[in-house]
Design a protein around this ligand. Sequence first.
Ligand SMILES: [Zn+2]
Length: 325
Amino acid sequence: MFHFFPESIIKDWKSQTEDFNQTTHESSGIETSSGEHTQYLQKLSILDEHKKTAQTLKEMLEEILKLLRNWIVKNDKDSETEKTKNNETSTAVQTIEPPKQTDNNETLQAEETTIKSSNNQSDGVKVYTLNGFTLTIINEVQDFGQEIEQRIFDTFNKVYPKMRERFNKEATKNVTLIVDSKLNETARTSNKTIEIHSAHFKETPLDTDTITHELMHVLQSSYPNFELRWLIEGLADYARWKYGCDTHQEKLTNFESKHNYTDSYKVTARFLVWLETKVNDKVVDRLNEGLQKNQYKNGTLWKEITQKSVDDLWNEYTKNPDLSK
Ligand SMILES: [Zn+2]
């Protein structure tokens, strides 16, 4: 590993040591003659040489020690660097992990809020809050469990902020959901209050996208009038298709020749999807904006957006209702 003793130095040192030993043994008697004096001087000279050799060896050993120290320090540093790298890698993995973890965190926060709120309020009222958005669930029936309520809040949390950002940035962030067994329809919305019949979640516990549809109505509550019910409901089902948590295909109906754009709900929603895909990708945003500003004007809004009447557009749609781009 270390080759700091040149062969010549080692041999020289060995031979000088042997000479010295020999000389010392031979001169163990009392030295009195001039010959002995000469021998004595020779021995001194040899001792001097040994001293120099020892000094050289000492310096070489010091050099080796220095190198060893540097080598040890470098190794320590390398292993530290390696540790840091490993730490960085694991941190990076945790950061990348993401959507799933975020979802979990969000659910946890929601659960924490729920517990806190239910302690403060009467039974059947729970307030779910996350990122400034609040859903108050008033469950008058209380015949379905926490799991469904949590799923409803997860849907609210996934769809409402996005829809609000797109369709009505001024809309409320606080929505109330009343689950009622006496409602004479599946669901209805008035301003920021949604009412849903309790049977809906008993029969179709996974269908929380009814909430998505009703949340669009919350955003539409700023419309100055609700005369165009077919278009309002069509936009709500479009939002359900676009933002809902179920697979998209289940949320649109198949085209049938007997359909008309005023049929409302999924029939109109499918027409809107077709228009957005084939005619103008801003058509839904412009219609929503036009309804908010009371600019429908007996349908001239369609011409302003697409340069065609709604009847002409529907006629084109019926000839080729395919939704693929
Ligand atoms: Zn509706």
